[in-house]
Design a protein around this ligand. Structure first.
Ligand SMILES: Cc1cc2nc3c(=O)[nH]c(=O)nc-3n(C[C@H](O)[C@H](O)[C@H](O)COP(=O)(O)OP(=O)(O)OC[C@H]3O[C@@H](n4cnc5c(N)ncnc54)[C@H](O)[C@@H]3O)c2cc1C
Length: 410
């Protein structure tokens, strides 16, 4: 049993590791059921964003924490993490292998922990002091802390280097004032990684510094934002006279821009990583929808469905190829391409559903498997913005891959 998962391992060491991983997972969770869907049966949910109530959100976060703790205790929590901090010190390929194997099991949704594990912890390890790593990265990896990203501001999104939240040195502390927005997980995160201006006179990209801000520090106020799909995955974060010790500075003063870019590359990867399962499910539901509306033999519909299948498969292979490249050999453009291709797939899946559904795409009639597509399509817009908008990503690709003339910069 589960032999199909062991073939993912390519070396003897990986096979041994994969055997341990399968034993750990199969003792706790069943394999995911086959995706083959029948119209009207089972869960029709297709949201790209969580649409949870407060209580559900807390329960989801707790389930993710508990699962991360179980992984940690079994040695699968921080597979490629440094041994001196409790990681297992294995090559990144083992980490990828584990994620592929785990994807076959019905484990809890890890979305609440993704920013902390995928974008904040790696930059803490790369640029943080041992104290910052011990205090924040390790507990995040153990599932004890949840992180959020305090980057965007009302006047600084694509032009992130234009942030106006400022920090002023006062004795051993820095005092932060300003406003952040679109803070995913903001309402339940324990710590935030904030990019702020520490030198108003330096050139825009050089006057920025990063700080780890415990979200329960006096002066941090989180206000939820209601999204148009109904849930509230984001928040505005107001920082008023928030004092953080200098020991919470990540990297040197003025080094914030470089570190932020590393964090954003991690964010793009996590958009790509989590897309396969959602897309496979959406594609399968789309097939049953075409049958339901009597268009599964329509050559135009078949052509579009097949084109989607092909583009999703090629995105998947591109990701696998990219995963074989050591992180320090990536230029950033690879992840950018991946992110934009996945976001387009989300969009195109929704477009085909809209065409098949006609008016019931927009009207919530309660019919199984219809309005769910509206949520999908509205959520898809968010993925075209998160982690860098499509226009910004195209600029990255134009400059770094195609070698086109650079955008004018200030
Ligand atoms: C799902 C989601 C999750 C997010 N999570 C977080 C989070 O956890 N933490 C956080 O800090 N932020 C988060 N964000 C915010 C996100 O990083 C910003 O929305 C994004 O960077 C765009 O910034 P903006 O919204 O200010 O749009 P703007 O930058 O104002 O852009 C508006 C439009 O102008 C275009 N544009 C801007 N500049 C250029 C240019 N130079 N060339 C061509 N076109 C341009 C853009 O492409 C866009 O179409 C999240 C956003 C989403 C959608």
């Amino acid at each position: 049993m589960n032999e199909d998962l062991l073939v993912l391992a390519t070396t003897t060491a990986e096979r041994e590791f994969a055997t341990q991983a399968v034993a750990f997972l199969s003792a706790r969770y069943d394999r995911r059921r086959s995706l083959t869907a029948n119209w009207g049966e089972g869960d029709e949910a297709l949201s790209l964003f969580h649409e949870s109530t407060d209580a559900q959100e807390r329960a989801e976060a707790n389930a993710a924490r508990a699962w991360q703790r179980a992984r940690w205790d079994a040695g699968f929590g921080w597979i490629a993490g440094p041994v001196e901090y409790g990681g297992r010190g294995l090559p990144a390929s083992h980490d990828r292998l584990y994620r592929m194997i785990e994807g076959a099991f019905d484990v809890p949704d890890m979305s609440p922990l993704r920013i902390g594990l995928g974008t904040i912890s790696p930059v803490l390890v790369a640029f943080g002091t041992p104290e910052l790593i011990e205090t924040y990265a390790v507990p995040m990896q153990r599932g004890d802390l949840i992180g959020c990203q305090l980057f965007s501001e009302p006047g600084a999104g694509s032009d992130l280097a234009g942030v106006r939240t400022r920090a002023i040195r006062r004795g051993d502390d820095w005092v932060i004032d300003g406003q952040k927005v679109w803070t995913s997980n903001g309402s339940f995160a324990d710590i935030g990684l904030a990019i702020v201006r520490t030198d108003a006179d330096a050139p825009k990209h050089r006057g920025l510094t990063l700080f780890v801000v415990p979200m329960d520090t006096p002066g941090v106020e989180v206000r939820r934002i209601r999204q148009l799909t109904g849930g509230h995955s984001f928040a505005e974060t107001f920082l008023s006279d928030v004092a953080v010790p200098d020991s919470h500075r990540l990297g040197e003063e003025g080094e914030g821009w470089k570190i932020t870019n590393r964090a954003l590359a991690g964010e793009r990867r996590s958009v790509g990583d989590r897309s396969h399962e959602m897309n496979a499910r959406a594609l399968e539901l789309l097939r049953t929808l075409a049958e339901r509306v009597g268009r599964s033999d329509d050559p135009l519909v078949r052509d579009r469905w097949a084109a989607l299948y092909v583009s999703l498969q090629s995105a998947r292979f591109q990701q696998q190829r990219m995963q074989a490249v050591p992180e320090d050999r990536l230029t950033g453009a690879e992840r950018a391409i991946d992110k934009v291709v996945v976001a387009w797939a989300f969009r195109d899946l929704g477009r085909l559903a809209a065409e098949l559904l006609g008016p019931s795409f927009a009207a919530d009639t309660g019919e199984w498997g219809t309005f769910a597509w509206t949520r999908w399509s509205l959520g898809a817009l968010g993925y075209r913005i998160a982690g860098g908008t499509e226009e910004i990503i195209k600029t990255v690709i134009a400059e770094r891959v195609l070698g086109l003339p650079r955008e004018p910069r200030v």
